[in-house]
Write a protein that binds this ligand. Structure first.
Ligand code: SF4
Length: 244
């Protein structure tokens, strides 16, 4: 019932008019949706930094979480701390209870090499499910141009795996638009981006990229995996739903 109501809340033409205006969309969200049922997630990538800045300019009443896999770069944790200090707030942290040592005991050493999908499921997807449990709306920083899977995403989608409405305000933004915003407002970002790491995840699964290489080509370099499972092509654009 609650979710059905949530569908109706986002099925409005006003949202479509914000298709290329993320700040206007966030303003609409704050005005029209129950803030205690909305959460934003970030992996501290450039689009996430932009979205965080835009969100906090609009409201302080929407929580923001990150997934701590236990394998993030030191620079990523430092960026988290910098952002908390800059904006004077705290991210919600979600993580598996399985320590890296427990994981090695149960599944063997280097699960990320043998079976990265299982590793991502344990350390990212299950914690994400927990993070979204209390909420009806999940704001993300994904962009169409990032991967083939993300290219199929829409501004507003239903994510059946987590039973939430997913809102992607930056979906139509380009790489340059993201970086121009970061430069314009002098926002902090991960210094690894200046050292050939355009996309950053866990230490074991992130490599530098040669000049001109695809932004995501440094992720899971030894496999054809491009997504950790947080975002899939299973989400359904909300315009295709009738809210029943
Ligand atoms: S990105 Fe790599 S180390 Fe991180 S959770 Fe996925 S497989 Fe494991």
């Amino acid at each position: 019932m609650e979710l059905k109501h949530a569908f109706h809340q986002v099925q409005t033409n006003e949202i479509n008019s914000c298709r290329n205006n993320p700040a206007a969309l966030l303003r609409w969200i704050k005005k029209n949706l129950p803030v205690n049922k909305i959460v934003m997630g970030t992996g501290f990538g450039p689009p996430g930094i932009v979205l965080l800045d835009m969100l906090l300019r609009e409201t302080r009443d929407i929580s923001v979480f990150y997934i701590d896999t236990g394998f993030l770069f030191d620079q990523t944790y430092e960026l988290r701390d910098k952002l908390q200090k800059k904006y004077g707030f705290e991210f919600l942290r979600f993580s598996t209870e399985l320590t890296p040592e427990n994981q090695a005991e149960i599944y063997g050493e280097k699960l990320w090499k043998k079976n990265p999908d299982s590793c991502c499921s344990i350390r990212k997807v299950i914690p994400l499910k927990n993070a979204l449990k209390k909420y009806n709306f999940w704001i993300t920083g994904i962009r169409k141009k990032q991967t083939k899977i993300r290219n199929q995403s829409d501004l507003i989608e239903f994510e059946s795996r987590f039973e939430v409405i997913k809102i992607n305000p930056l979906i139509n933004w380009s790489h340059d638009e993201v970086w121009n915003y970061i430069k314009k407002y002098n926002l902090p970002y991960n210094p690894l981006h200046d050292n050939s790491y355009p996309s950053i995840g866990c230490k074991q699964c992130t490599s530098p990229v040669c000049p001109g290489g695809d932004d995501r080509s440094g992720r899971w370099k030894e496999s054809d995996k491009t997504e950790c499972g947080l975002h899939t092509s299973d989400s359904i654009g909300i315009n295709g739903l009738n809210g029943n």
